[in-house]
Design a protein around this ligand. Sequence first.
Ligand code: AMP
Ligand code: MG
Length: 398
Amino acid sequence: MISFEEAFQKVMDNPLDLGNEKIHLDQCMGRILAETIIADRDFPPFDRATKDGIAIRFDALKSSEQEFKVVGVAQAGSPQLTLEGDSNCIEIMTGAMVPKNADTVVMYEHTNRKGDIFTIHKTVNKGQDIHYQASDIAKNGALLQEGTKITPAEIGVLASVGKSEVLVKKSPKVAVVSTGNELVDVHEIPEPYQIRKSNSHTLMALLEKEHVKASLFHLVDEPNAIKETLKKLLGQFDVLLLSGGVSKGKYDFLPEVFDSLGVEKVFHRVLQRPGKPFWFGRHAGHHSIVFSFPGNPVSTFVNYHTYFKPWLNKTLGTDTPHFTVILEEALTNQTDLSIFVGVAVKFKESGLYAKSLSTSGSGDLASLAQVDGFIQLGPYEEAKKGINVPFIPTRSII
Ligand code: AMP
Ligand code: MG
């Protein structure tokens, strides 16, 4: 058996190269950018007014009684006007081009108006209330880097540079496969010896969050049937994400079937809890990767977050953030395993604090609805109250 760190490294050493694809701007939320985004013009593209008011030439302003006659209106979306004469001004709206010869904007609130004559009753600073051309970024400057995750903020930037089509990393096609004779579908009433499938639905939901397309399959515990289905799936999908059937039970057939199908075992079983019987491999011919998690719901859930998600990020060329939390209590790991403890977290003035939640083990599905994530303790680690420990969030906590 290998340590968690070794297993993690082996998973990360096996990313897939799936290439890129061009998709429509409206489809790219949550995807990973595969090109650097360059400013196609200056931002802003011209000196723009940031207030509604009047545009003047600052040096023309000699006293507070001075009168300015309106000789035009600069509207947002109209070509640039020219201000002629020192005793004139142009009314200007937010977003409009500052007129030629004008260099200062005075908001209406700082003026008095009589007909088409304005006077100014507040101190004016030269150049005020103008957002200068190229002050955000100049033409050809890099706005977004390759590998950026696209959120609503990036969508706005992409739109502003005219990217109706965006080059993004291709996501893997994933087959989510549940295994076990005891499992029935969600809509069924289980016999006393049966349970409803849950892992596969959790996994589908987790993948949906990552904008990864997945299809659902089920295998009964029968080696020939398993082999036939997996053979097909290996040819059709980039990743097989399985749950159950990899432990030491009499009906845990997956490892031998993978072997018979030419899936190369990278490792099987990890010194960790939950999630110890994890089987990981790859099929060289099909360029596919197999994550075969133990069936206990908490094991599947922990293994997805600790292995699959960082692997997906690596495959897509983006980083996995590392978080820590402060322990609210002392915790001791008396085993030679890396352990993952479900915690609830709370923001306090000095940071994010974690309190462990007791569970009845790796099958305790209901506990997952209470946890905000898992903290990681190394073999025989004695973690004192108040120290920082690694934290793997399993829900959005902000
Ligand atoms: P296994 O890893 O196949 O030995 O399964 C371990 C435990 O997890 C057993 O109690 C299974 O019934 C349960 N289990 C396996 N697959 C699922 C699933 N898809 N949904 C819910 N529980 C499961
Ligand atoms: Mg099973």
